[in-house]
Design a protein. Structure first.
Length: 570
């Protein structure tokens, strides 16, 4: 089954079709390849070998190719196209053209061709179409920037492949609880860890994803210490040696009031952070002809001007990009006003570090809804990058990240609900309806206060039959999702699936107490089922069974909540 016209018109920026179709014989699209992209023909590896599309490369000058295939594919260089953008033309004569100004654009164009192809037993079908597509933001990706257990390297490898397939181009390595990123920033990585970072960098290269090495020395850096700067340069030099050309200096979540010699030397924290960033910039400029450097200031959120921002604006090297998270750490909205204001306050290109769907302040929650509330024209207000900070649970992050990828690529057309539908369908296949119901029980309370209408309406009307149906569906959904072939999802979401089943069991106990409110056995069963739910250590965002019990007059013991540090957090 091919992609629908509606989805094509949403996923591709400009999609020109008159409803015609190209049909060629054969169970594969076998393309005779020609290229005007580069004289060295450096286009190998852009399509995986085999599958529905086979590239038949010419045997060499003057040598006839025995298999001409059933289509012709021309790759062209067009310097007028935006970086990562492409033009795909599918003609009625089985001539296919992909034009781009860089290799990533060629890849995305070929990915689009594969997406549009429908293969049947004896033929291949393609729409006769011209697609002109380009991104809203030059830099689009993921920053592994959360607190708690960092991702495994297997997760990181998978994330690179995932980004490549969803038109994202940047992986930023910045796990807060990687000791060598933050606490032990002066120390070199152990050999085995460094080898894995090198492997990760190579995987990024393979998938045309830029690897950003981020380091966070701000807690204890002595700004006058030549020894400290030597250690910092050694850390960067090791990364340069394995081909890293993109870096970020992170000064977030530190006590940035200068003390002692640091205060005597540089007086203000804004001056200090511009100073160290400029030194890093100068070091990189002496080592590399081309590189990228971004910095995350300590005042990475807020919507007003400050002396700190003035110092960054006036003293930071103009080529350095500046991160911010919006007007708050978890910003429900990022509109034109705050975006334009902070662009003027900082005076540098802004990179949005979007804390979606990160859950390190809510470790007992999953956040499975789409990104909402971002300006459709953020790229017009000084923003050249958007990177998402995911959950500790990589696999579960994919649903929201897919919607983020849609926004990053074409913010002007982004529609949260449609993106959510497409993302859930891609993730869960035939169980998409069940997955969407489960997602709707796990909305991001940091950013969104809506949701849960089925539960709210039934409780408002005290409609026990509707509540029975709701909890029955919740239980059946969790059971079916537990049968997904995605073992990684089952591992990560397992506690929440068990909690969903536990809530359904708790509801049935509540029902029995409602029918016989003075029965001590029924009361004891409610408390027992409640304890079972809490033993999973997680909760659904809708908190359905507890809410239902309390709304219907059953008092439940309150669980003590741990205090969360939220005032300084990226």
């Amino acid at each position: 089954m091919g992609i629908s016209l509606r989805d094509c018109q949403y996923l591709f920026r400009d999609y020109y079709t008159q409803g015609k179709e190209l049909v060629v014989e054969g169970p594969q699209l076998r393309c005779e390849l020609a290229s005007r992209y580069a004289m060295n023909q450096d286009v190998n590896g852009l399509l995986a070998e085999g599958g529905d599309i086979v590239i038949l490369e010419p045997a060499g000058p003057g040598v006839a190719t025995a298999d001409k295939g059933n289509a012709q594919l021309m790759l062209e260089y067009d310097g007028g196209l935006a970086a990562d953008g492409y033009r795909l033309v599918i003609g009625e004569d089985a001539k296919l053209v992909v034009a781009a100004s860089n290799r990533r654009g060629l890849k995305y164009g070929l990915d689009a061709l594969k997406m549009l192809l429908t293969v049947e037993e004896d033929c291949c079908r393609l729409p006769v179409v011209t697609v002109e597509d380009e991104p809203s933001f030059p830099v689009r990706g993921i920053i592994e920037g959360f607190y708690g257990v960092p991702w495994s390297f297997a997760d990181r490898m998978d994330s690179v492949s995932y980004m490549s397939g969803h038109r994202m181009n940047a992986f930023m390595y910045a796990p807060k609880d990687d000791l060598y990123h933050r606490k032990l920033w002066r120390e070199p990585y152990p050999d085995d860890v460094f080898t894995r970072i090198h492997d990760l960098k190579q995987e990024c290269d393979k998938h045309l994803v830029d690897f950003y090495y981020c380091i966070s020395p701000g807690n204890d850096l002595e700004f006058r210490s030549q020894g400290d700067f030597a250690k910092l340069e050694e850390k960067l030099a090791a990364m340069i040696a394995i081909g890293v050309r993109h870096f970020a200096l992170l000064m977030d979540d530190i006590d940035y009031v200068l003390q002692g010699d640091n205060k005597q030397f540089l007086e203000r924290s804004g001056t200090a952070h511009a100073y160290v960033t400029n030194r890093v910039y100068d070091y990189l400029a002496g080592c590399l002809p081309h590189f990228t450097l971004a910095m995350c200031p300590s005042e990475y959120w807020s919507y007003w001007n400050t002396e700190y921002k003035k110092d960054i604006r006036e003293q930071l090297h103009p080529a350095v990009k500046v991160f911010w998270t919006g007007y708050f750490v978890f910003a429900p909205e990022i509109g034109r006003g705050h975006a334009e204001d902070n662009y003027s306050f900082y005076g540098h290109e802004l990179w949005l570090w979007d804390n979606i769907p990160v859950n390190d302040c809510d470790k007992d929650r999953l956040f499975l809804d789409p990104v909402r509330g971002r300006s459709s024209r953020l790229g017009n207000y000084g923003h050249t990058a958007v990177v998402a900070n995911p959950m500790n649970q990589w696999e579960c992050s994919k649903i929201t990240l897919n919607t983020m990828a849609h926004y990053m690529w074409n913010s002007e057309r982004y529609m949260p609900e449609l993106s959510w539908e497409l993302s859930v369908r891609e993730f869960a296949g035939e169980l998409a309806e069940d997955m969407m119901f489960f997602c709707r029980q796990n909305l991001n309370s940091r950013l969104y206060s809506g949701g849960y209408p089925e539960l709210d309406d039934a409780l408002a009307e005290r409609d026990l039959e509707r509540l029975d149906a709701y909890f029955s569906r919740l239980e059946q959904t969790a059971v079916r999702l537990g049968g997904l072939e995605n073992a990684k999802f089952i591992e990560e979401a397992g506690p929440w699936l068990r909690r969903a089943i536990g809530d359904a069991v708790l509801w049935r106990a509540v029902r029995r107490q409602l029918e016989d409110p003075l029965n001590p056995q029924a009361q004891a069963e409610v408390l027992q089922r409640l304890e079972t739910c809490r033993s999973y250590g997680v909760r659904l965002g809708s908190d359905p069974a507890v809410r239902a019990a309390e709304a219907l007059g059953i008092e439940l013991p309150v669980m003590e909540k741990a205090t969360k540090e939220e005032d300084q957090h990226v």
